[in-house]
Design a protein around this ligand. Structure first.
Ligand code: NDP
Ligand code: 8X3
Length: 247
């Protein structure tokens, strides 16, 4: 029975991943900062779920929790780097620099740090790394600024990791969704649920479960097969053209 470690399992895509993987018989270590959410998930999912309470940006707290993982929960076969966030949609010059740094600290620095921490185990177990990038990595949009930059990093880091890991048997995938209805937009809009609801209204967005099913599918491909990238969007979301300002 394999083990997955899913960061950001207290909401959205990560919570759906925990349910999906446990449903498929995996052990799951689910991380997050909200203890009550982890406790609820542990009650729901039972012995196959191990809650791991830490802020992904706090390496000391993370290492203490990972070092104390019980038995086979420490033998991670699949790392799902899902914890992440967008803060704000303002143009660059009106954005809060502290928000930019929080996105970089969480989406980039913490992601590479936990990956580095788990690489020896993943190499030993010929495991897999599944990183949550975004369509924002490839398609710039107004207000995407640093969020898009962090997700472009995640996509390219994933592909470069594949190069380094050639010959180890470790697989790496960049998952690149468009609009998924989770707590993402509430967080992005500083807790304004009405604004988030308006974004999703009538748009028939994807669900956390849609993405979790895709992630489980990636994780359960035969060992000789690597899914490099997957881009997913709701049918209602598509591309804008170039924007031209005329004199
Ligand atoms: P949610 O806001 O619903 O969930 C985000 C998760 O990340 C929560 O479990 C949260 O846990 C965790 N998290 C955030 N910051 C930290 C931190 N500092 N330490 C630990 N955990 C943290 O968003 P989604 O499920 O939608 O997002 C998951 C990933 O998918 C993100 O990387 C996002 O960028 C990406 N994505 C989302 C899309 C969307 O449209 N929703 C589209 C494309 C990509 P807690 O607050 O308990 O710590
Ligand atoms: C978030 C998806 O479409 O809001 O990563 O940029 S989108």
């Amino acid at each position: 029975m394999p083990t997955a470690l899913v960061t950001g399992a207290t909401a959205g895509i990560g919570a759906a991943c925990a349910r999906e993987f446990v449903g498929a018989g995996w052990r799951v270590v689910g991380t997050g900062r909200r203890e009550e959410r982890l406790t609820e998930l542990a009650e729901e999912l039972g012995d196959l779920f191990c809650p791991a309470l830490f802020d992904v940006r706090d390496e000391a707290a993370r290492d203490a929790v990972l070092a104390a993982l019980p038995g086979e929960f420490a033998q991670v076969d699949c790392l799902v780097n899902n914890a992440g966030l967008a803060l704000g949609t303002a143009p660059a010059w009106e954005s809060d620099l502290a928000d930019w740094k929080t996105m970089i600290d969480t989406n980039v620095t913490a992601l590479v740090s936990i990956t580095h921490r788990l690489l020896p185990t993943l190499i030993e177990r010929k495991g897999s790394i599944i990183n949550l990038s975004s369509v924002a990595a490839s398609y710039p949009y107004k207000g995407g600024n640093v969020y898009g930059g962090t997700k472009a990093f995640v996509r390219q880091f994933s592909l470069c990791l594949r190069s380094d890991l050639a010959g180890t048997g470790v697989r790496v995938t960049s998952i690149e969704p468009g609009m998924v209805e989770t707590e993402f937009s509430i967080v992005r809009n500083a807790g304004d649920k009405d604004m988030a609801d308006k974004l999703y209204a009538g748009a028939n967005p994807m669900t956390g479960e849609d993405i979790a099913e895709t992630i489980l599918w990636v994780a359960t491909q035969p060992p000789y097969l690597n899914i490099n990238t997957i881009e997913l969007m709701p049918v209602t979301q598509s591309f804008a053209g170039f924007h031209v300002i005329r004199d």
